[in-house]
Write a protein that binds this ligand. Structure first.
Ligand SMILES: [Zn+2]
Ligand SMILES: [Zn+2]
Length: 137
């Protein structure tokens, strides 16, 4: 990844919620699943995975939404930007919405996941690996 430094910052559109991650990213991918699409109101949701222990909000407090029993998503209650995804099945990591990072160009995706859910008109235009479900399913 282009930015393998130890400090990464991002936040929502209105900047009332800001976060910092003090660890290198673990992976970057694009999710096509229906739930991510709805959460983002977008055909895909790119995300970067970081060690959860290195993540903290440094300004504001986001709203939370449990999109399934084990999943908590956060978003800005003022402007609505989706920010993070955390799954109780993997407490070691947190996914940050790639485009909420201050420099999203630094985290190019490595693969596509949940392509089995993909919208037909959303044509993948790169040669990255793609997986019908999660990368490890
Ligand atoms: Zn906001
Ligand atoms: Zn998803």
């Amino acid at each position: 990844m282009h930015n393998s430094s130890d400090i990464h910052r991002g936040g929502c559109l209105c900047a009332n919620v800001r976060y910092v991650v003090a660890a290198p990213p673990l992976r970057s991918a694009i999710c096509h699943c229906r739930t991510c699409r709805k959460a983002a109101s977008s055909p895909t949701l790119p995300f970067v995975t970081f060690p959860a222990a290195a993540f903290s909000f440094e300004r504001g407090t986001p709203q939370q939404f449990a999109s399934s029993a084990d999943v908590v998503r956060t978003f800005c209650g003022d402007c609505g930007s989706p920010l993070t995804y955390a799954n109780r099945a993997d407490l070691e990591t947190i996914d940050v919405m790639t485009v909420s990072l201050d420099n999203p160009e630094d985290y190019p995706p490595e693969d596509h996941v949940w392509v089995s859910d993909k919208l037909e008109w959303d044509v993948i235009g790169d040669q990255l690996p793609s997986y019908p479900k999660g990368r490890t399913d």
